[in-house]
Design a protein around this ligand. Structure first.
Ligand code: GLU
Length: 427
């Protein structure tokens, strides 16, 4: 299940894993030592404790983070995670991945990530609102429309972004209120969000699956897909890939797993999930074990939950031809090694799930210009931008004889290195 972190690997915190990926790519492109050392640690690590009054009157302390990894290419950018496993190593890793992701996607942004260690599902709506507003207030001027722009991530959504934006604009000067709306992306449409932002990450995952299918002489039609996670990314990936003609044969989240080799009715599963808050028991599929899920007969495996899921233990079970990382950091170093040994292609997170931040960029542009773009325009621009990143990665992999993960890092790092070389290090 998505929360399982069991593995026989030597314990590595998430930042060590992210650093190992970075160092491998830095070696592959012989990255200049000074640039390598700048990129090895984040620029700012902000952590703080803040109080929230619970509905029963008791005040509870929460820990919040914002890690700003790098801003050579533009303002810091990246999501806010509300989850009980949030810690400084995780936020640092996720922030570094944002730096590579925005660079690879060709966006004028750097990378950051934030979060609060909490169980959002156990908080009432008023508690969640007070927590969000107090967290945003504590961030203060560490975020800003042209400085650091948060967005949704695991455990957060457009409502939380609306509260963040509202709290922020109420604390800046009245002259900065209109501009202040762009301080977060992933807002609701009513509050200046973009059409197509909610589905954007899943939409991008589906463009990548389609491109991989074409490149390997297949068609997306008839592909069998297994998806871990049925939150924003997992659900939209499932819905869109079925609309494109594929079949979803298995879905797993932290509540359990279900499978149906004939194909799962995604809308039916979503309705069941909304009503029952769990996947097992859905009449249109059989309840299966986590190991049966990982061993599903499928062409495409999409981890779309959290990190450390495809490990030295679960990777050997996978029968798919390609793993498309909808989540950030779902594959451990041992998991990667096993998949590579068995010739299973991995399309890495920083490419596969970049649809979200690409449409966040479009939302930010629309807010700056006080414009609203039609869905067709958002969709067309997203497709163009993510497929260009995909071609850059596959071309680099071919030319430099690298796996896709290392090639994706190479494209991202070369763009950042060029900026450092041109600008130099101040003073
Ligand atoms: N949290 C998403 C990610 O990991 C989106 C970030 C954003 O839109 O800024 O890419």
């Amino acid at each position: 299940m998505s929360d399982t972190k069991t593995s026989t690997e030597a314990p590595m915190n998430l930042y060590e894993m992210a650093t190992a990926q970075f160092q491998r790519a830095a070696d592959a492109i012989a990255l200049e030592p000074s640039i390598r050392s700048i990129l090895t640690e984040p620029k700012n690590e902000i952590s703080f404790n803040f109080p929230v009054r619970m509905d029963n009157g008791v005040v509870r302390m929460f820990k919040g983070y914002r890690v700003q990894h790098n801003n050579i290419l533009g303002p810091y950018k990246g999501g806010i995670r509300f989850h009980h496993d949030v810690d400084v190593h995780e936020v640092k890793a996720l922030a570094a991945w944002m730096t590579w992701k925005t660079s690879l996607a060709g966006l004028p942004f750097g990378g950051a990530k934030g979060g609060v260690t909490c169980r959002p599902n156990e908080l009432s709506r008023p508690e969640l609102e007070r927590l969000t507003r107090r967290f945003t207030h504590a961030l203060g001027t560490s975020i800003g429309t042209e400085y650091d722009i948060p967005a949704p991530d695991v455990g957060t959504n457009s409502q939380i972004m609306d509260w963040m934006m509202d709290t922020h604009v109420n604390t800046v000067s009245i002259l900065d209120r209109t501009r202040g709306k762009g301080v977060v992306t992933g807002k609701s449409l009513a509050c200046g969000g973009s059409k197509g932002r909610e589905k954007a990450t899943g939409q991008g995952v589906c463009h990548i699956i389609d491109a991989w299918a074409k490149d390997s002489g297949r068609s997306v039609k008839g592909l069998k897909v297994a998806i871990q996670g049925f939150g924003n990314v997992g659900y939209w990936t499932a819905k869109i890939i079925v609309d494109m003609g594929a079949t979803v044969v298995a879905v797993m989240d932290h509540t359990g797993a279900v499978g149906n080799p004939q194909g799962i009715d995604v809308a039916g599963l979503k309705a069941y999930m909304d009503a029952n808050k769990k996947l097992p028991g859905f009449a249109g599929a059989k309840t299966i074990t986590p190991n049966e899920f990982w061993g599903s007969e499928c062409d495409v495996m999409v981890p779309a939950a959290i990190e450390n899921q495809i490990t030295g233990v679960t990777a050997p079970l996978i029968k798919a031809k390609v793993v498309v990382e909808g989540a950030n950091g779902p594959t451990t170093t041992a998991g990667d090694a096993d998949l590579a040994r068995r010739g299973i292609t991995v399309i890495p997170d920083i490419l596969a799930n970049s649809g979200g931040v690409i449409v966040s960029f479009f939302e930010w542009l629309q807010n700056r210009a006080s414009e609203y773009w039609e869905l067709e325009e958002v969709d067309a621009r997203l497709k163009r931008q993510i497929l260009e990143a995909y071609s850059n990665v596959t071309a680099t992999a071919r030319e430099r004889k690298l796996d896709f993960r290392t090639a994706a890092y190479a494209v991202a790092l070369l763009r950042i290195a060029e900026a450092y070389k041109a600008r130099g290090v101040f003073p």
